[in-house]
Design a protein. Structure first.
Ligand code: AVI
Length: 335
């Protein structure tokens, strides 16, 4: 559905999901995750207003090298990226999880300088983020055609399929792929592939395997912002699902497994306690030092990324690295 504020055209697909159905899905996921032997909570629920603000702060942390590294990759390679995107003629640039598009703006500026024929379709679940982004782009790049979509990634791709012909270049930046389990990342990329055609491209950010100490520090910052980000999930359950987590009685714990190449984050109960979650109609018991697994952040090798692409119908065109070769943006085309 089209919702035009006086200046910003935007498509809001999120209204399809009523807030009551959001609450019941959230309650069901929480109940399911906390009823298993090894308790889990899905990391996608980190990003309410507070969680999104904390994640912005994480991206500015000295220890969290990922955002700086990817900015370096884009700064150093934007000319070549813009040229490769444009080889097949005009295109829609679709930015999955655009947020404030800090990194994408480098590409938008470069594409505009090169006078390429494209329009920009940022996609994000946060309507506020899409309003702010559209407005900032009107100031910074007034000639750019922007149509922001508020919704889930696949809702947006479905909408694009029905409403926009022409070549597509999809951006999936920021190592978000690392937050999926191996099987989920395959399903995810295969689904993206199913919306693309010959000549379309995908640029995906991946955090690469490196010195485990560097990775460990990135998720255990001294200022405790990552801990607050993780613990906010319990505050969110208290706020939205009427739970009574005593958040002070949990702590953040993140460990890196260099064999599997995965950072795993947990919330650990400091004492035996019972927590009631009204919306889920559930009381959960925690033993002292029992943990809830809240997030995986997978780190890849380049052969793994190539294999993942191949399995999902993509071929690697170019791997763009930062100087340290700690992060890569991989340009795939439809195989
Ligand atoms: C969004 N995602 C790529 C981040 C990551 O590095 O896995 C989320 C995050 N979790 C803790 N710090 C940052």
């Amino acid at each position: 559905m089209q919702i035009n504020t006086p200046t910003v055209p935007m498509i809001d697909l999120s209204r399809a999901q009523e807030s009551s159905s959001h609450t019941s899905t959230f309650a069901r996921d929480v109940a399911e995750g906390l009823s298993t032997k090894y308790k889990t909570l899905p990391s996608r629920y980190f990003y309410d207003g507070t969680g999104s603000r904390l994640f912005q702060q994480i991206m500015d942390l000295t220890e969290y090298y990922l955002t700086r590294s990817e900015l370096e990759v884009l700064t150093q390679n934007k000319e070549s990226m813009a040229t490769q995107f444009s080889q097949g003629g005009s295109f829609h640039l679709i930015d999955l999880g655009a947020g404030d598009a800090l990194k994408t703006k480098l590409l938008l500026q470069e594409l505009t300088t090169q006078q390429r024929s494209f329009d920009y379709v940022p996609v994000d679940i946060s309507k506020d983020a899409m309003l702010e982004l559209s407005e900032s782009l009107q100031q910074e790049l007034p000639q750019l055609k922007v149509e922001a979509v508020v919704g889930e990634y696949f809702q947006a791709l479905e909408w694009l399929q029905e409403n926009k012909d022409g070549r597509k270049v999809v951006l999936f930046l920021g190592s978000n792929i690392g937050n999926f389990e191996a099987a989920e990342s395959i399903t995810f990329l295969q689904s993206i592939r199913s919306y693309l055609h010959a000549g379309d491209q995908l640029l995906m950010g991946v955090d690469l395997r490196k010195d485990p100490g560097i990775i460990l520090n990135a998720y255990n910052d001294e200022a405790g912002i990552t801990a607050a980000f993780n613990l906010n999930l319990l505050h969110r359950i208290n706020r939205e699902l009427g739970a009574d987590f005593n958040v002070d009685q949990f702590c953040h714990h993140a460990i890196y497994n260099p064999q599997e190449g995965v950072m795993r984050s947990f919330l650990v109960s400091k004492q035996a306690q019972d927590v009631h979650i009204s919306e889920a109609g559930l009381t959960v018991h925690f033993d002292a030092w029992e943990a809830i697994h809240t997030e995986n952040s997978y780190k890849y090798s380049i052969p793994q990324v190539e294999g993942l692409g191949r399995q999902c119908g993509f071929a690697v065109d170019t791997v763009f690295y930062d100087k340290q070769k700690g992060f890569a943006d991989v340009l795939f085309s439809v195989a």
